[in-house]
Write a protein that binds this ligand. Structure first.
Ligand code: ZN
Length: 434
């Protein structure tokens, strides 16, 4: 298959803007060529003419998407009260089927927003993965691991270890599924437990996803005993493998240096951090230190719209406001956070950019919108600015995963969206009533 578009954004390190360009997709679902049409190899397969901007599928580095069933709950509470009073009591009543229903709608919603890969920290992984496969997206599943009275951590860790050992790290059609560990945080798990789980993850090459320093008041005890959560993670031997630190709002210069030293990826979630009044992560400092940063929506009960291009806009706005510097983060850099930066933060080199060998996960943003009225032939910076600052995801019309069109005309080709919404409505009503 060949896709031809007036503008193609491969999301290479320079955020090039290619004009009159094509993307060739091989039969195995990977990209064979991305570049100007004039330089493209001879091609005889089916060709699709697009009218807007073609870019890589977006990579959401931190989500709890099954929480679509809890959307809007406890909307005006700060983090710890929101968790304890609204989220955890409702989640305790959720069944595996509820998780499946929530994830199906979340995956469909994300695909419609151009998000083809999401890193999910949640429970009932089997149903979650089933829904991802039904929608046709990709997931890096981090099995949630907590340590609470009645729910000790070790069986949860053993369960995901056994699953990885049985199915392998990546599986499913076109490797849509990656399995890993989702230890919740250092305020729920002890340093020794975190280190043990990290050892299991490292020995399997799996991703270790953990919440770090989201709000100021959550890590008080850990800060008192270790100085900071990154210092705790370093001193207890957690760092070294593939580690993804979600939020990471309250970091010192030393914490940033620790992350750079150990190749820790960060999932920056500006929308959720703003809504829960958690704070603003030191994005510029992280990037300057060479830390791999991606963007995350967080769960739809705090990052409500599962819209990663909005997170890109918020990341740029917050970065500029917190540094009082309009050059702190431009549209190109914001877009790269949502694509190749996210892939790098997850430790993945097969998604997040349009390069030969990566999966053909593609998003077409139609230009028939006021945001692009100044024309796709405008200078590069203006086209990028119009995409990030003005258009966002509202004109995402078509999405491909491994070369398969999973969104056409703005709707899922695989899932009846209204039925998925109705199923979430039923779950939500039952949780409210019980
Ligand atoms: Zn989270």
């Amino acid at each position: 298959m060949r896709l031809h578009s007036p503008v193609v954004l491969p999301c290479d390190a320079d955020c090039s803007v290619l004009r009159d360009a094509v993307v060739d997709v091989a039969d195995d679902g990977r990209i064979a060529y991305c570049g100007p049409r004039a330089d493209a190899p001879a091609f005889s397969g089916p060709s699709h003419e697009l009218t807007g901007v073609l870019l890589p599928g977006l990579v959401n580095t931190h989500a709890h998407s099954p929480m679509t069933v809890l959307r809007g709950l406890g909307s005006d509470l700060p983090l710890l009260r929101w968790l304890r009073e609204a989220m955890w009591p409702a989640e305790a009543k959720m069944t595996a089927r509820d998780v499946g229903a929530g994830m199906l709608l979340g995956a469909v919603e994300m695909l419609r927003n151009g998000v083809t890969t999401s890193a999910e920290m949640y429970f009932h992984g089997e149903q979650l993965v089933e829904s991802v496969l039904a929608a046709g997206s990709r997931v890096v599943f981090g099995a949630a691991i907590l340590d609470l009275p009645g729910t000790p951590w070790r069986p949860m860790a053993d369960e995901i270890s056994a699953w990885i050992d049985a199915d392998g790290l990546r599986s499913g059609p076109h490797e849509r599924i990656e399995l890993g560990y989702g230890p919740h945080s250092a305020y729920v798990l002890s340093p020794e437990t975190l280190a043990e789980i990290a050892g299991e993850a490292r020995s399997r090459g799996a991703l270790f996803q953990v919440h770090v320093a989201e709000s100021l008041d959550e890590d008080v005890a850990q800060r008192a005993s270790h100085g900071s959560v990154p210092r705790l993670l370093e001193s207890s031997g957690v760092l070294g493998g593939r580690v993804l630190s979600a939020h990471s709002v309250h970091l010192s210069e030393e914490d940033v240096a620790i992350y750079a030293r150990h190749g820790v990826g960060v999932a920056h979630c500006p929308g959720s951090n703003g809504k829960l009044a958690s704070g603003i992560a030191p994005l510029r400092a992280l990037l300057d230190a060479g830390v791999h940063v991606g963007l995350g929506t967080d769960g739809p009960a705090s990052g409500d719209d599962l819209d990663l291009l909005e997170e890109a806009r918020l990341a740029a706005l917050y970065s500029r406001l917190s540094t009082m510097d309009a050059s702190s983060l431009g549209a190109a850099s914001a877009l790269l956070l949502a694509t190749r930066g996210g892939a790098a933060a997850l430790g993945r080199d097969d998604v997040g950019a349009l390069e030969p060998g990566r999966w053909a996960d593609l998003v077409h943003v139609d230009a028939d919108d006021p945001a692009f009225a100044t024309g796709l032939d405008a200078p590069d910076e203006q086209v990028l600015a119009n995409l990030v600052w003005a258009a966002g995801a509202r004109r995402v019309t078509d999405v491909w995963v491994a070369g398969e069109r999973v969104v056409a005309g703005g709707e899922s080709t695989r899932v009846d969206r209204r039925a998925a919404q109705a199923a979430v409505g039923e779950v939500s009503a039952r949780l409210r009533a019980s």
